[in-house]
Design a protein around this ligand. Structure first.
Ligand SMILES: Nc1ncnc2c1ncn2[C@@H]1O[C@H](COP(=O)(O)OP(=O)(O)OP(=O)(O)O)[C@@H](O)[C@H]1O
Ligand SMILES: O=C(O)c1ccc[n+]([C@@H]2O[C@H](COP(=O)([O-])O)[C@@H](O)[C@H]2O)c1
Length: 199
């Protein structure tokens, strides 16, 4: 008998993708015996509207580069290709159409767990996926009133890395080696992303 696939969904703006994202996905994959983790870069992240977000194609390509060496990791364009603001309810509906019989696990850091209740159609999200909240330095990991049938909490190795910090390091001429995968360092340099003269 073929068992149903267990698929993790790692959504993020990934501006740029960093090792904190990759460790979160790897840890949840191991803990929940996932067959695959699909990374889903956002198209237009409406809760980041207060700053200029790097173009979706750059963020998508950096995500492909960062995940290429892991046979369990894939990248989806569903959010990049859907017009309008990115809502996880649409992400999960689109992925459900593709991964028909799979069990979906949506992976979020502690900061995002706090926000889920503010997401579009938040009550319906839990019918489409089980949510897994992971620890993140600087944030308390709490269930934020979400039922434990819908949300599990997982402690992972602490990596105090954020995309904001990576962007400001590049703008200041500081290295991001070993905070982001090597290919992403080279991609940022090749396209002169995040430079202060480019902001
Ligand atoms: N260091 C980390 N440890 C655990 N989870 C993380 C870490 N960094 C990001 N995440 C989680 O990954 C998902 C996508 O995050 P996102 O792409 O917004 O990165 P970010 O570092 O939070 O970006 P920014 O600094 O631009 O807000 C979110 O669920 C976030 O909580
Ligand atoms: O559905 C929403 O309303 C919603 C609001 C904010 C964030 N999200 C999702 O949460 C994930 C992390 O988002 P971000 O903005 O922290 O990179 C990503 O998959 C977003 O699409 C979803």
């Amino acid at each position: 008998m073929i068992k149903n696939r267990r698929v993790g969904v790692m959504g993020g703006t990934f501006d740029p993708i960093h090792n904190g994202h990759l460790v979160a996905a790897s840890e949840v994959a191991a803990k929940y015996a996932l067959d695959e983790v699909v990374f889903v870069p956002t198209g237009k992240p409406w809760q980041k509207a207060s700053r200029t977000v790097t173009g979706a194609e750059h963020r998508y390509l950096m995500t492909v580069i960062a995940t290429a060496s892991n046979p369990q990791f894939t990248v989806s364009r569903v959010d990049v290709d859907r017009p309008g603001p990115t809502y996880t309810i649409d992400t999960l509906r689109d992925l459900r159409g593709y991964y028909r019989d799979a069990e979906l696990f949506f992976i979020t850091g502690a900061d995002a767990v706090e926000q889920i209740i503010s997401w579009k159609d938040s009550n319906e999200l839990f019918d489409l996926a089980h949510f897994v909240g992971v620890t993140r330095p600087g944030h308390d990991l709490e269930s934020s009133g979400i039922d434990d049938h819908h949300l599990s909490l997982l402690e992972i190795p602490a990596l105090a890395i954020s995309s904001t910090d990576c962007r400001s390091r590049v703008a200041d001429g500081q290295p991001v080696w070993y905070l982001v995968p090597d290919g992403v360092v080279q991609y940022i340099s090749k396209y002169a992303l995040y430079r202060s003269d480019n902001a």
